[in-house]
Design a protein around this ligand. Structure first.
Ligand code: ATP
Length: 486
């Protein structure tokens, strides 16, 4: 810019100017340093020529700090290092300032994260690798619970959200609800457990105990709300539709409302829909009864199995599939749960008869009702060997959930001999809570086989279940069955 804009200097002749400047250069070096800068524009041109004599290079070297007296060198570090000697001193200064934590004027506590950051900004021109590393480490240690670490931690380790109560998967109007989706994840290792049973048999109670609650807890805090006394008295039904709850161990529990014998056809139809749905989307379906047994229940199970939607094939256009069609159809494990069982039902002979009866009633079913759960494995009957129940089905007995201490005392007190009055009464079975925990471990250990031809994540399962529910509702087989029953 100087060349284009200042054509006039050329008019005066360059030789004259040079001479004048040379005269000025004769003065002391300090003057040269503080000399006006407007003359500098001419200097490079002269140097480029290479025809200039020593004064030019001298002018350049004068700013070098090496020439400064030692007193000036210890002054502020703003001076830009030029020579190698000064560059060596720089790292020493850096380390000092880091260790002191911003000593010039700032208090030491504030110096850790904040002053460190501001210092980095100030010293931005000369950061070296170690400075960044040490400062980062220092920040992590000093502010371990500060604003940085939790953010990183949150993104890496978000625990699965814990459900407080069950929510609706299918509402009272038999419509699908989407709210469960937010609790589901993209992982495949989940277990789906459904329950069916007659009214008031203890479905919600058992599902709460299997999923999140302990028998000692107040029933009002159970995740699946149990029937209240008022509902019980008027013969009402607490559960409607399908309730959903997922544990942090990724077990999905589905509590349902099933009305079998007493109900109008509409209810029977709805119950069949729900049961057929459970047979398609659950790994385990618990069938609860509180007495042994109602033949209608087995008819109902048979009908639901018949109306169950067929498992969608892997690819629709697959022509020559190797397996037979029956083998590719999905059927869940069925567990018969005798709730509120009496002492007599725990009697081995009665137990055997019960197993035989269920085995005969279920003989033609494809549902996996035997071979996956055993009371004999739980050390409930220590004297019985495995062969005792040759027709063993997946059956489990839960006693009455009574006030155990009270019950034991009354029974023991009724004995005639004074010695026996000190002993607890004979119950004939383990305690309710011990039975529940045995049942839970048996259920949770059941095989998590594939529900469909593709491996489902929790979220995939949700979409799959929604599709199956839609299919069940529109099922022509179900509507035809209802029409024939009418
Ligand atoms: P609904 O058909 O209305 O949904 P449900 O089958 O879910 O009812 P719950 O509401 O769980 O049944 O239980 C009905 C009643 O039976 C409750 O008062 C509950 O406390 C009681 N109950 C459940 N299991 C037992 C048991 N083993 N011993 C004693 N009482 C029990």
């Amino acid at each position: 810019m100087s060349e284009s804009g200042h054509s006039q200097p050329g008019m005066y002749g360059q030789g004259r100017r040079r001479r004048r400047r040379r005269d000025r250069d004769v003065g002391p070096p300090g003057q040269n340093l503080s000399g006006p800068s407007r003359d500098r524009e001419y200097v490079p041109r002269e140097r480029r020529d290479g025809s200039e004599e020593p004064p030019g290079p001298l002018l350049q070297k004068t700013p070098i700090i090496l020439a400064k007296p030692p007193g000036e060198r210890s002054k502020p570090s703003q001076s830009v290092p030029i020579s190698g000697g000064q560059a060596l001193e720089k790292p020493i200064m850096l380390i000092k300032s880091r260790e002191d934590g911003g000593k010039p004027g700032t208090p030491p506590e504030v110096a850790s994260p904040c002053s460190g950051a501001s210092k980095l900004e100030r010293e931005g021109q000369r950061p070296t690798q170690p400075v960044y590393q040490i400062q980062n480490r220092g920040m992590g240690a000093a502010a371990s619970s500060g604003a940085v670490d939790p953010v990183i931690g949150q993104t890496k380790l978000v625990p699965p959200e814990k459900m407080k109560h069950s929510i609706k998967l299918v509402d009272d109007q038999m419509n699908w609800c989407d709210s469960a989706m937010e609790y589901l994840r993209d992982q495949t290792d989940m277990l789906v457990v459904g329950v069916i049973g007659l009214q008031g048999t203890g479905k919600s109670t058992i599902m709460s105990l299997l999923s999140a609650n302990a028998p000692e807890e107040d029933q009002r805090v159970y995740v699946f709300r149990a029937q209240t006394q008022e509902i019980k008295e008027r013969g009402g039904n607490q559960s409607t539709g399908i309730d959903f709850y997922i544990t942090q161990e990724r077990v999905i529990f589905l509590d349902t409302q099933v009305r079998l014998n007493l109900s109008p056809l509409l209810f029977l139809n709805q119950s069949l829909q729900i049961t057929a749905f459970l047979f398609t989307v659950c790994h385990v379906v618990i069938v609860i009864q509180d007495w042994f047994t109602d033949i209608n229940l087995y008819r109902f199970l048979q009908t639901a199995e018949m109306l169950k939607p067929s498992t969608p094939s892997a690819s629709h256009d697959s022509t020559g599939s190797s397996g037979n069609e029956e083998g590719s159809e999905y059927y869940p494990h069925i567990v018969f749960l005798q709730n509120k069982s009496s002492r007599d039902e725990f009697c081995p002979r009665n137990l055997k008869k019960m197993h035989m009866a269920v085995d005969k009633l279920m003989a033609h079913s494809h549902l996996k009702y035997k071979g996956t759960l055993s009371m004999l494995d739980c050390n409930i009957f220590p004297g019985l060997d495995r062969d005792y129940l040759e027709t063993e089905v997946n059956m489990f007995l839960l006693p009455l959930m009574e006030n155990e201490g009270e019950d034991a005392l009354t029974k023991a007190g009724s004995g005639s001999a004074p010695l026996f009055s000190l002993l607890p009464g004979y119950r004939g079975h383990p305690t309710f809570s011990s039975q529940v925990s045995k049942l839970r471990s048996q259920i949770l250990a059941m095989s998590r086989c594939q529900l469909s031809h593709t491996i489902l994540t929790e979220k995939n399962w949700f979409h799959y279940a929604a599709r199956i529910w839609d299919g069940v509702k529109k099922s022509s087989a179900l509507s035809e069955y209802s029409r024939l029953q009418a």
